[in-house]
Design a binder for this molecule. Structure first.
Ligand code: UDP
Length: 478
């Protein structure tokens, strides 16, 4: 059959929608734009309806197969207080118990593409002589930081968070100590051990794809390619192939309502508030946020979730993307008394989950309050929407600073050192500025420029398109 002779590539993502979404989109592009046969290996977890809907959607292109790896029982292997990367890494390790037989079953494979936290695959693939490519689902700046970690680990004693000055990455912007990602803030924690384990193995990759593009991150991409420190590591060839964002999904009834409401609002007027697949606010922050939003008088769509001190914290990342199960309507009880009634003319409150890409693509959407997860960040600039940074965990503080200082598409609340809750007046100011202020307008202009640039880089002849096309040709020839 035709499919038997089509070059075949496998893709595997570690659990969590933040990884699955871009890798699945990547798999889809390989099939629809570059004529490859792709098997997407799904590391099954107890979770997420959103994940099942995406991977088992009825309208996948032919040539894209999803292979579910058997669910593994982690109950005895992962301690209750283990954090996100530790859980995820042990999950991947256990699920890869069957990787060799799954890969052998797929027949001749031209390559395997993995994300940053699936590096156990290198060993199996070496045995099977399958070239492995790494796919970085976050920024090139984060990749630069990750590649440099083994060097920092050798050269720096003590905790990174105690360093007197920002971290100087060779050829890149500095990383502020307060922006350091969670996984490197305590070198004795297993989180650091796993992070270092995965990033030390990056040089084993035959190439590294990054979900970014030249115009968005010229500094970090240039440094990784040209700075002698990176050449020496050694750093594999880098392929920026982004911004790959998820397709607009089939809409639910509440999604349709949400878009119909947007249709009635003026251009660039609505603030969209959504903190990724699992982000939440504390009870106190939720209250302040609601008051600030109301005081600002701006139009909004707000995806509200149970406050974090009530629901699970991010350590239980398996909840991610499964908002409904955790929230079941109770989240509205945490809004200030009468909030829904008083704001009903200007705002729409949505429970747990909104069709984010469809909302960001809508002309009425004028700003995006985001936790600055990399997918959300790319979706925002791809749609030309300026951002308000509300970083929560992982590498989001780094992303927010980069998007503000190097790119110029983001405004952030002013936070005093040690301040835990951002007050309503600061939130009011921020919301107004984003829609009406000069700073907000400058960010909007920049976001619209990047939207153009993203469209170009993804079209035939554009840098990201051609870099993927080059890889696809290489894989076909292998
Ligand atoms: N998302 C969505 N609706 C929501 C919240 C999130 O569709 O209400 C999607 C969003 O479009 C993005 C993903 O979930 O594709 C979140 O990924 P990101 O990397 O931004 O953050 P993470 O969830 O990994 O923290």
């Amino acid at each position: 059959s035709e499919i038997a002779t089509t070059p075949h590539v496998a893709v595997v993502s570690s659990p969590g929608m933040g990884h699955i979404i871009p890798l699945f989109e990547f798999a889809r592009c390989l099939v629809t734009l570059h004529g490859l046969h792709v098997s997407f290996l799904n590391i099954t977890t107890e979770a997420s309806t959103a994940q099942m809907q995406l991977l088992h959607s009825p309208n996948l292109p032919s040539g894209l197969d999803v292979v579910d790896l058997p669910l593994v029982d982690l109950s005895t292997l992962v301690s209750k207080d283990a954090l996100v990367l530790t859980r995820l890494s042990i999950n991947v390790e256990q699920s890869f118990g069957c990787l060799k037989s799954v890969l052998l079953n797929l027949g001749k494979l031209n390559a395997l593409v993995i994300d940053l936290f699936c590096t156990q695959a290198f060993d199996v693939c070496k045995e099977l002589s399958i070239p492995v490519y790494s796919f970085c689902t976050t920024s090139a700046a984060f990749l630069a930081f990750s590649l440099y970690i083994p060097t920092m680990d050798r050269e720096i004693e003590g905790e990174y968070v105690d360093l007197p000055e920002p971290v100087r990455l060779p050829g890149c912007s500095r990383v502020r100590i307060e922006d350091l990602l969670d996984q490197v803030r305590d070198r004795k924690n297993d989180e650091y051990k796993w992070y270092k384990y995965h990033v030390s193995r990056l040089p084993k990759a035959a190439g590294i794809l990054v979900n970014t593009w030249e115009d968005l991150e010229p500094i970090a991409l240039g440094a990784i390619r040209e700075n002698p420190v990176y050449t020496e590591i050694p750093t594999p060839q880098i392929y920026p192939v982004g911004p790959l964002i998820k397709d607009i999904e089939p809409l639910t009834a509440s999604d349709v309502d949400c878009l119909a409401w947007l249709d009635k609002q003026p251009t660039d007027s609505v603030i969209f508030i959504a903190l990724g697949s699992g982000g939440t606010l504390s009870t106190q922050q939720l209250t302040e946020f609601a008051w600030g939003l109301e005081l600002s008088g701006q139009r909004f769509i707000w995806v509200v979730r149970l406050p974090s001190d009530i629901a699970c914290d991010m350590a239980s990342f398996f909840c991610a993307g499964d908002g409904e199960a955790i929230n079941d309507g109770r989240e509205m009880e945490y809004l200030p008394e009468g909030f829904l009634e008083r704001t009903k003319e200007v705002g729409l409150v949505v429970s747990s989950w909104a069709p984010q890409v469809a909302v960001l693509s809508h002309p009425s959407t004028g700003a995006f309050v985001s936790h600055c997860g990399w997918n959300s960040s790319l979706e925002s600039v791809r749609c030309g929407v300026p951002m308000i940074g509300w970083p929560l965990y992982a590498e989001q503080r780094m992303n927010a600073t980069m998007l503000m200082e190097d790119v110029g598409v983001l405004t952030k609340p002013v936070v005093e050192p040690g301040q835990k809750t951002i007050g309503r007046l600061e939130i009011e100011r921020l919301m107004r500025t984003a829609i009406e202020g000069e700073e907000g307008k400058a960010c909007r202009r920049k976001a619209k420029e990047l939207k153009e640039s993203a469209g170009k880089t993804l079209s035939i002849g554009g840098a990201s398109y051609e870099s993927l096309s080059h890889l696809a040709k290489q894989w076909k020839a292998y």
